[in-house]
Write a protein that binds this ligand. Structure first.
Ligand SMILES: [Zn+2]
Length: 247
């Protein structure tokens, strides 16, 4: 009886459907992303939202102004990035956390709270009010993490999630250099010669963070120098991650 069931057409068909469904869920980046996003957004308690033509921003009441400035930053750089990457992605989702504790929890960071992070298709921003007392928005507009995290969003969308961390970080730093005029640890110029592309691909998190970011920036900058702005699209193809095992 049992043997009959396991060898029946119904069982074979059912198993095949389950396997196809599992492969779809495992490989479908946007399915996973949408699922994670709804879990994260549903877990936000006491947050307001601002839905503009550029982005959806979630924030607590103390960051109403931060949300306004964030929208200004996004509206400034979104058109440039759309041209550079030659895509029109959905509106980015941004969450502004009121303090370091909430930020660390959200991005699963045990040490220091980052100013910004990109994960699960969402841009996570630490309120500049939590680390600045004076000239908060002057600093935020010029040095804030929003542009950097937006570039991560574009790389993710362009490569459909198949990107190396070094590539995404290098590109984010390159666009900060291009649009904000800030260069990541310029004093390290040429001092990262011993780091190879293979090191960056395989051991990004084992290399000193400052050096790994600098080398990634240098590679993207040297590739982009003298090229047309949307050459980044060619780089997305050149450095795409073919395997889901290598990081
Ligand atoms: Zn980054």
């Amino acid at each position: 009886m049992i043997y009959k069931f396991f060898s029946s057409k119904k069982f074979i068909l059912f198993s095949a459907l389950i396997i196809i469904l599992m492969v779809f869920v495992f490989q479908n980046n946007s399915f996973q992303k949408n699922f994670s996003q709804s879990l994260i957004l549903n877990s936000l308690k006491g947050y307001e939202s601002k839905k503009s033509v550029n982005c959806d921003i979630y924030f607590t009441l103390k960051d109403k102004e931060t949300a306004e400035f964030t929208d200004i930053i996004v509206s400034t750089y979104l058109p440039h990035l759309k041209d550079d990457f030659n895509i029109k992605p959905n509106k980015p989702i941004i969450i502004i956390y009121p303090n370091k504790k909430e930020m660390k929890k959200a991005v699963n960071e045990s040490k220091e709270a980052p100013m910004g992070a990109y994960c699960a298709g969402i841009i996570h921003i630490l309120s500049p009010k939590s680390y600045l007392e004076d000239n908060v928005y002057k600093y935020y507009l010029k040095n804030g993490p929003v542009l950097h995290e937006l570039v991560h969003y574009f790389i993710d969308e362009k490569t459909k999630g198949k990107y190396y961390v070094w590539f995404s970080e290098g590109a984010a730093l390159y666009y900060e250099y291009k649009y904000l005029g800030c260069e990541w640890h310029k004093e390290l110029n040429e001092k990262t010669k011993n780091i190879t592309l293979d090191n960056l691909k395989k051991n990004f998190y084992s290399i000193d963070k400052t050096d790994a970011y600098r080398k990634s920036f240098e590679i993207i900058k040297s590739e982009m120098d003298g090229k047309y702005p949307d050459f980044i699209c060619d780089l997305c193809k050149k450095y795409i991650k073919h395997s889901i095992i290598n990081f």
